[in-house]
Design a protein around this ligand. Structure first.
Ligand code: ASP
Ligand code: MG
Length: 411
C-alpha cells in the first residue's frame, strides 16, 4: 500500500490511512506500506535548500529533502499502534533500499527482501517504509529518487517482496482517458497496459512517476491506482474497489484502439531556417543542446528540393526555450543557417493506444477532425502506440475534446 502526500497531509488523514491499513491486515494480508511526505513538505524543504545557497551540495540536498518521509513513516506507525496494529517504521537506510550515488535522482539497485519478508511473517508487524529515499552503500550516504519518487519506492518494494499487488492510494480514484478538468466526460480506465501508462506518464499525466511504471513493467508488478479518500470501512477488502489496474496487455480483454489523450502546454518550438542538407548538420545542432542538458522532443526535417538547403523544426520544454536559443546562436558558425524562428505558445497533444499497432488510419481521422475545427498542425510525430501533434496552445482544450469524442472515449 502506498499513500501520497495529499493522503497523509495532516494527522486526521494519517489516521484515515491507518484505518485503510487496518482493514487489509484484518482481512489477513501481510502489509508493507510506503509513504510520501505530507503535502507541501518536500517543496518547502527544496525551497530552504535553494534559499540557503542557490548552488548547493547534492548530498546535503538529499539529507534535507529525505526528512519529509521520515516524519510520515513515524507518524503512521504511531497511528497504527494507536488502533492496535503492530507496526514499525523503516527509513531507506534501515532496510536498506540501496541506490546508485546519483544524488537527487538516484536509482534503486536492490532491496533486502529476505529481511523484510521475514519481518512480515515472523513479527506480524506492518512495515511502514519511507518512500523517496535510499542509501548509497559505498559512501553510506542518504539518497533520494527524484520528485514523485515514492511511487518508485513502492513498486520496488512490491517487486522485492513479491507482493500480490501494489496499491497506490492517491487523491484521484484512478487513471482517466484524459484530464477530467478539461473534458468533463473523461472516463476512469478500468485497466491500462504498462506501455500505455508509460506513454501517459511520460507525456505529462501526473498520476505516477514514470520510473515506477518502468519498474512495474520489468518486474511484472500489477499496480492498482485507487482513492485514499473512500471511507476505509466502506471498502470490501476482498472485492474490487473503483480504481485503475496497470497490467500486462494480455490481461486486457477488450482493448480499445485509443486508450487516452495526453497534452502538455509546456512546449516550445524552434525552427532553423536554411541549414545545409549534408551529413553532420543534425549532429552540429543537437550535440550542443544535449551538452546543455536540453531535452529535445519532436524533430521534423524535410528533404531539400535542390539538395542544398532545408529547414529543421523541433520542440524543447518551454522552460528551456531561451537557453536553447542562446546555445544555437552561439553554435551558428558551426551549424550554418540563415535564421532561427521560435514559438512559445504551442502545445503537444498525444493520442495513445496499443490498438494502433493493428489498426490503420487512426491518425488520419484526427487530422480530418482537427482540420474541420480549423486547427492547424505544425508538426507530427508517431510511434507504434501513439502519435503527437504540435498545435497552437490556444486550441489545446478544443483539440483534446475533439479527439476524445472522435475516438469514442466520451462513453
Ligand atoms: N515527497 C517526494 C516529492 O514530493 C516524493 C513523493 O511524494 O513521491 O517529490
Ligand atoms: Mg506523487
Amino acid at each position: 500500500m502506498k499513500f501520497g502526500g495529499t493522503s497523509v497531509a495532516d494527522i486526521e488523514r494519517i489516521r484515515n490511512v491507518a484505518r485503510h491499513v487496518k482493514r487489509e491486515v484484518a482481512a489477513g494480508h501481510e502489509v508493507a506500506v510506503v509513504v510520501s511526505a505530507m503535502a507541501g513538505t518536500t517543496n518547502q524543504l527544496v525551497t530552504w535548500c535553494q534559499q540557503t545557497a542557490a548552488a548547493h551540495d547534492a548530498r546535503e540536498y538529499d539529507a534535507v529533502v529525505a526528512t519529509g518521509e521520515q516524519i510520515t513513516s513515524g507518524l503512521l506507525a504511531i497511528a497504527l499502534q494507536d488502533i492496535g496494529i503492530a507496526a514499525r517504521s523503516w527509513q531507506g537506510w534501515q532496510l536498506p533500499i540501496l541506490t546508485t550515488d546519483a544524488h537527487t535522482t538516484a536509482r534503486i539497485t536492490s532491496i533486502d527482501a529476505a529481511a523484510l519478508v521475514e519481518r512480515l511473517a515472523m513479527r506480524r508487524e506492518v512495515a511502514v517504509i519511507s518512500g523517496f529515499q535510499g542509501l548509497h552503500a559505498e559512501s553510506g550516504r542518504i539518497t533520494t529518487l527524484g520528485r514523485g519518487g515514492s511511487d518508485t519506492s513502492a513498486v520496488a518494494v512490491a517487486a522485492a517482496i513479491r507482493a500480490n499487488r501494489c496499491d497506490i492510494y492517491t487523491d484521484v480514484d484512478g487513471v482517466y482517458t484524459t484530464d477530467p478538468r478539461v473534458v468533463s466526460r473523461a472516463q476512469r480506465l478500468v485497466k491500462i497496459a504498462f506501455e500505455e501508462m508509460l506513454e501517459l506518464a511520460s507525456l505529462g499525466a501526473k498520476v505516477l512517476q514514470v520510473r515506477s511504471v518502468e519498474l512495474g513493467m520489468v518486474h511484472k508488478v500489477r499496480i492498482f491506482v485507487r482513492s485514499s479518500f473512500e471511507a476505509p470501512d466502506a471498502v470490501d477488502p476482498h472485492g474490487v474497489p473503483p480504481g485503475t489496474l496497470i497490467c500486462d496487455e494480455e490481461d486486457i480483454v477488450e482493448q480499445q484502439v485509443v486508450t487516452g489523450i495526453a497534452f502538455s502546454k509546456d512546449e516550445a518550438q524552434i525552427s532553423i531556417r536554411r541549414v545545409e542538407d549534408k551529413p553532420g548538420v543534425a549532429a552540429a545542432i543537437f550535440g550542443p543542446l544535449a551538452e546543455a542538458n536540453i531535452n529535445v522532443d519532436m524533430i521534423v526535417q524535410n528533404v531539400s528540393a535542390d539538395g542544398r538547403f532545408t529547414d529543421l523544426t523541433f520542440t524543447v520544454p518551454a522552460g528551456d526555450f531561451e537557453r536553447a536559443n542562446r546555445v544555437l546562436t552561439k553554435a551558428r558558425a558551426v551549424i550554418g543557417y540563415e535564421r532561427l524562428d521560435g514559438a512559445n505558445d504551442v502545445a503537444k497533444v498525444s493520442v495513445i493506444g496499443i490498438g494502433m499497432r493493428s489498426h490503420a488510419g487512426v491518425a488520419a481521422r484526427a487530422f480530418r477532425a482537427l482540420a474541420d475545427r480549423g486547427i492547424n498542425i505544425r508538426a507530427i510525430t508517431t510511434s507504434e502506440i501513439k502519435f503527437s501533434l504540435l498545435i497552437e496552445a490556444a486550441y489545446t482544450e478544443l483539440a483534446v475534446r475533439t479527439l476524445h469524442s472522435l475516438y469514442g472515449l466520451d462513453r
